[in-house]
Design a protein around this ligand. Structure first.
Ligand code: GLU
Ligand code: MG
Length: 436
C-alpha cells in the first residue's frame, strides 16, 4: 500500500452514511491501536444533513474510530490523481471497549449469538443495484448496448472493486433507466457487510471520476423498478457443512433452514424498519416491483421477500449453493444492522423451532384471495412510520439493539420522516437520489 496521500478512517453510521476522519497515509501504522477521535452525537446525524433532535447523546462524550486493518482499501487513480484509500473502523470507547452503538459491533454480536447458541456460521453476499444519473438516451434493459454505453465506467468499476478486495462477480445492466447490478462473491458475515460498504463507495468513486453520479437510492422514479440490495445468506455447521440443504425436504431446505426462514418472516415487518429504512423505501417493496411484493418464502420467485435461488446442476454440489435471498433491503440500510437483524430474526426462528413456512411457487398476481393472504401479498409495512411502529410492537426485535442504539436509530428515522412529511413521493425520491 502506498504511504502518500490521505487514508480515511471511517464507519458506516445508522443512516448508512460513511463518515470519518483522514490521516496522512504514512501515519496509519502509528494509529493502528488508538485510531482517531469520534463523537457520540455523530450517531444522531441524519442522512439528510441535520442532527436529529432530540437525541440521546447531546454535546458530551468522546469515542475512537479504531481501524480494522484487514479492511484497508486503496483504489489507485490514473495520472497521480488522489487514490481512494480507507479503512473501516469499529467505534470504541476511550477504554477500548466496543461502543454499544457501533453497527459493526451489532453484527459481530449477532453472529456470535448465532454461533454460541447453534454452532452455525453465516456466509453472505450483498447484491447491489444502482443507477447512473444523467440525461443520455436510454438503452434497452439488459441489453449489450446498455452495457457498452456504460464503458469505460463498467470495466473501471469492476477493476477497482477487485483492487478493493470486494470480489465482484458480474456487471449487468438492469431493468430501470441507466440501472446496473453488481453481485459479489460470498464471504463470512462481517466481511460480507464490509464488502457492501466498500462496494458503494468504490462505485460512487469511479462514477465521480467519470464525471457522473451513481445513486443507490431505493427508488429513483416511483413509476419504475427500484434499486434493491439483496442479501444472500447460507449457514455452515461446526464441520463447515451446508446446514440449509436437505434433499429430502421441500425446496431442499433443511428443517433448520426452514425454521431460520420462518424466524425472518415472523419478524418481517420489524425488519423493514432496519432493512428498508428511508421514506422512499416502502413503495419499492409493494407488489409488481420484483422486490418483495409478498412477505413470504418463495422458490425461484422474485416477488418473495425470501427467495430460494435455483440449484444449478453444472455448478456442482447442491448443498453449498443453497441459500436464502432476503430481497427486502436497500442501500438506505446500514449493511451491518441489516445482516445483524436478519441473523437475529433467523436465530429466533431456530430457538422457537418454528415450523416450515409455506413456499410460494407462483406469481403472486395469480393467487386467489385466500392464497394471497396466506403468502402475505402486499404484506410489508406501507411506510417507514408503519415499519417503525412494527419494530416498536415486536418485543423480540425491539431488544436486538441496546436501548441507547434504538433511541438513536428512531430519532434519526423520525427526523427523516418529518422532513418528507409534506413532500410528494417523487420529490422525496429525487432528494434521496442525491443522498445515496
Ligand atoms: N430491482 C429489483 C429490486 O428493487 C430487483 C430485480 C431483480 O434483480 O430481481 O429489488
Ligand atoms: Mg437485479
Amino acid at each position: 500500500m502506498s504511504a502518500s496521500g490521505l487514508v480515511a478512517l471511517v464507519c458506516c453510521d445508522l443512516g448508512a452514511i460513511v463518515r470519518g476522519r483522514s490521516l496522512p497515509a504514512s501515519e496509519l501504522a502509528a494509529h493502528a491501536d488508538c485510531g482517531v477521535g469520534w463523537v457520540p452525537a455523530n450517531q444522531a446525524l441524519t442522512p439528510i444533513g441535520t442532527l436529529a433532535e432530540p437525541n440521546p447523546f447531546g454535546s458530551t462524550g468522546d469515542l475512537r474510530l479504531l481501524p480494522d486493518l484487514d479492511t484497508h482499501v486503496r483504489v489507485a487513480a490514473p495520472n497521480d490523481a488522489s487514490a481512494l484509500e480507507l479503512v473501516l473502523c469499529d467505534i470504541v470507547q476511550t477504554d477500548g471497549q466496543t461502543w454499544e452503538c457501533c453497527p459493526r459491533g451489532f453484527l459481530r454480536d449477532g453472529l456470535q449469538q448465532l454461533r454460541a447458541q447453534t454452532g452455525l456460521r453465516v456466509v453472505a453476499s450483498f447484491e447491489h443495484e444502482f443507477q447512473l444519473l444523467g440525461d443520455e438516451p436510454l438503452a434497452l434493459p439488459f441489453s449489450l448496448e446498455a452495457q457498452r454505453r456504460a464503458e469505460p465506467f463498467a470495466s473501471q468499476v469492476m477493476a477497482a472493486l477487485g483492487e478493493a478486495g470486494a470480489a465482484p462477480e458480474r456487471f449487468m445492466p438492469e431493468y430501470a433507466a441507466h440501472q446496473f447490478e453488481i453481485p459479489v462473491a460470498p464471504a463470512d458475515g462481517l466481511a460480507a457487510a464490509d464488502r457492501a460498504v466498500v462496494l458503494r463507495e468504490v462505485v460512487r468513486e469511479i462514477a465521480r471520476r467519470n464525471g457522473a453520479r451513481a445513486t443507490f437510492t431505493p427508488l429513483l422514479d416511483p413509476a419504475q423498478a427500484g434499486n434493491g440490495v439483496h442479501i444472500h445468506l447460507s449457514l455452515l455447521d461446526d464441520d463447515g457443512r451446508a446446514a440449509l440443504y436437505d434433499s429430502s425436504r421441500p425446496a431442499c431446505l433443511s428443517d433448520l433452514g426452514a425454521s431460520f426462514a420462518a424466524g425472518v418472516l415472523a419478524h418481517a415487518d420489524a425488519l423493514s424498519a432496519i432493512c428498508a429504512p428511508s421514506p422512499a423505501s416502502a413503495q419499492r417493496l409493494s407488489p409488481h416491483h420484483w422486490s418483495a411484493g409478498a412477505a413470504c418464502l418463495g422458490l425461484r420467485n422474485r416477488e418473495a421477500l425470501l427467495r430460494i435461488p435455483p440449484l444449478v446442476v453444472s455448478l456442482g454440489e447442491p448443498g453449498p449453493q443453497l441459500r436464502l435471498e432476503y430481497r427486502g433491503a436497500d442501500a438506505a440500510a446500514n449493511p451491518y444492522l441489516a445482516l445483524g437483524a436478519i441473523v437475529r430474526a433467523g436465530l429466533d426462528g431456530l430457538r422457537r423451532e418454528l415450523p416450515p413456512p409455506p413456499i410460494l411457487e407462483d406469481d403472486p398476481a395469480l393467487l386467489d384471495k385466500a392464497a394471497a393472504a396466506r403468502h402475505r401479498v402486499g404484506g410489508l409495512p406501507p411506510s417507514l412510520q408503519d415499519a417503525l411502529d412494527a419494530l416498536a410492537r415486536d418485543e423480540n426485535a425491539r431488544a436486538w439493539m441496546t436501548p441507547l442504539m434504538y433511541e438513536a436509530y428512531v430519532s434519526v428515522k423520525r427526523a427523516e420522516i418529518a422532513a418528507a412529511a409534506d413532500e410528494e413521493l417523487h420529490e422525496t425520491c429525487g432528494r434521496y437520489a442525491g443522498i445515496y
